[in-house]
Design a protein around this ligand. Structure first.
Ligand SMILES: [Mn+2]
Length: 323
């Protein structure tokens, strides 16, 4: 079922209340328009280890998304024609508690759309919010015993066991998702990892579990070779259910300064979008874009990049359904 979006020629893109890409709100959909994709906000940054402020990410991303049109020039798909799309609003959160927020996010996401039809794309929030969306994506994919595949863009591994006694912070989401059995480490790729670690234990966990690492240093040494590694991963995973997670700190701070734990030497916006598009046609069953901290970016470029990444993620699934 296609989506009716307001014409930018009738209602200008700078006018009106901001939903993601001007999608209709879930509550405004007719019963017959059961959504295929619901984008929702997860305004929580209690899992942040450095600069706070990603709780304002969903608002900034929605605002930045107003200029996005529904058709991808590169992938030649029209999202509004392929899908019934909706904005699910923001999940409730408990600003002082990672574990309470995780519960609230999970139950909010579980209640969005029809589980057999609706895929969910979460706008963070810090990276801790991904765990809830991954759980629900795994449930909706039929709870496969091996877990679902994952492609993650991140400067960090996010495989830390606990920080300050907290097991559900933004540096631990991937470790928890693997331990919970929702994500299959052997079919997980992390692209863009770089910079300093507190300890090599995090890297050891990733390697021992069989995560495929596309380190930033590999892209710098030989971009084409590193990209071939990404394609090999893609071909190995095939059409298995796949979760996509993009931490905007995978991009270089010169492209995405508005984030809580920036690391120099990352992807340009063009490189990041180009690698993401390599997954066109993948069976995307859930996604998120996280770690936009608007107060650290007066240009709003970070939110603009995050909005575009979310759009591209939806397009990847649209390609698979339209062919
Ligand atoms: Mn992260």
């Amino acid at each position: 079922m296609p989506t009716q979006l307001p014409s930018g020629r009738v209602q200008p893109r700078f006018a009106g209340l901001a939903t993601f890409m001007r999608f209709p709100r879930v509550s405004d959909l007719a019963a017959a328009d059961a959504p295929d994709w619901i984008v929702y906000g997860a305004p929580f940054d209690g899992g942040t280890t450095f600069h706070p402020g990603a709780r304002f990410g969903p608002r900034a991303i929605r605002d930045a998304s107003q200029y996005l049109k529904p058709t991808s020039l590169e992938l030649e798909v029209d999202l509004a024609q392929c899908f019934s799309l909706a904005d699910g609003g923001d999940s409730p959160v408990a600003p002082y508690s990672c574990s309470d927020t995780l519960e609230q996010l999970t139950s909010f996401a579980q209640g969005l759309g029809q589980p057999s039809q609706a895929h969910l794309l979460a706008l963070g929030g810090d990276h801790s919010v991904s765990l809830a969306n991954i759980r629900v994506a795994w449930e909706r994919a039929g709870r496969p015993a091996s877990g679902i595949a994952a492609v993650i863009f991140d400067a960090h591994l996010d495989t830390v066991d606990a920080v300050w006694g907290e097991s559900y912070g933004h540096a631990s989401f991937l470790r928890r998702a693997i331990e919970d059995g929702c994500i299959d480490a052997q079919r997980t790729l992390i692209a863009g990892v770089r910079g300093s670690l507190n300890t090599l234990d995090d890297l050891r966990f990733a390697r021992e579990r069989g995560i495929t690492l596309a380190l930033m240093s590999q892209f710098i040494d030989d971009f084409a070779a590193a990209e071939r590694g990404v394609l090999e991963f893609r071909d190995r995973v095939g059409d298995a259910p796949m979760y996509l997670s993009c931490d905007v700190d995978s991009a270089d701070p010169s492209c995405a300064p508005g984030t809580g734990t920036p690391v120099c030497g990352g992807f340009t916006a063009a490189q990041l979008l180009g690698i993401l598009r390599r997954f066109q046609g993948a069976q995307v069953v859930g996604a998120d874009v996280v770690e936009v901290c608007p107060s650290r970016d007066q240009s709003a470029n970070t939110a603009m990049l995050a909005a575009q990444i979310a759009f591209e993620m939806l397009c990847l699934d649209a390609v698979g359904r339209s062919s």
